[in-house]
Design a protein around this ligand. Structure first.
Ligand SMILES: C[S@@+](CC[C@H](N)C(=O)[O-])C[C@H]1O[C@@H](n2cnc3c(N)ncnc32)[C@H](O)[C@@H]1O
Length: 177
């Protein structure tokens, strides 16, 4: 099942033309596949070729098998994506480089587990759990925050997640959040 929050965010943008979307650490394609049927050109990147193989031949999806956590530069085009989504993935050392990949008016929607989740479910490793307001800390200085949530999500089982939406672009006022 895809992330309802991600889909609601993208649908609310009401794009009239075909857009380029990057699904970062795309896994089995539970988001990439349905998004590719919505007039969206999807680039799906993940280190797991077996997972990518399941949807590599889908129309409107380009898959890239790549380890995102080495010193090698990501094989992704700068300022190319109208929308970037990241769901259930975190690698702190390089994650702010996503900003360079967004077009000048592009949107980033990020959803992953946060601190407190370890009481209920995996992941429990702090490397994979966002700290308090961490998405705002990472992206909020360079991107305009549009939405932020940190708390319980219940899809049959309790998980603690942070969700944040951002827009790239010039903004004059210091954002208030
Ligand atoms: C929990 S899954 C989430 C997949 C997808 N975003 C979703 O929500 O269904 C995390 C994904 O990150 C990928 N991943 C983990 N480490 C990675 C790395 N170093 N480089 C690229 N992908 C990585 C895994 O292969 C896996 O598909």
């Amino acid at each position: 099942m895809h992330s309802k929050w991600i889909f609601n965010q993208i649908e609310s943008l009401k794009f009239k033309k075909k857009i380029n979307l990057l699904d970062f650490a795309s896994g089995n394609g539970r988001n990439s596949i349905p998004l590719s049927k919505k007039n969206i050109i999807v680039t799906a990147i993940d280190k797991d070729q077996e997972k990518l193989d399941k949807y590599a031949s889908f129309k409107n999806i380009n898959t890239i098998c790549f380890d995102l956590e080495t010193n090698e530069e990501w094989p992704l085009i700068r300022e190319h994506y109208d929308v970037i989504i990241v769901v259930n993935y975190l690698y702190r050392p390089k994650i702010n480089k996503l900003i360079n990949l967004l077009k000048k008016d592009g949107f980033l929607f990020y959803e992953t587990f946060s601190s407190g989740n370890e009481k209920y479910a995996s992941p429990k490793n702090p490397n994979f759990l966002l700290k308090d307001r961490e998405l705002l800390e990472i992206f909020g200085r360079e991107l305009l925050p549009l939405s932020f949530y940190d708390g319980q999500s219940n899809n049959g089982k309790i998980v603690i997640k942070q969700r944040a939406g951002f827009k790239k672009g010039v903004f004059k006022k210091t954002p208030c959040y």
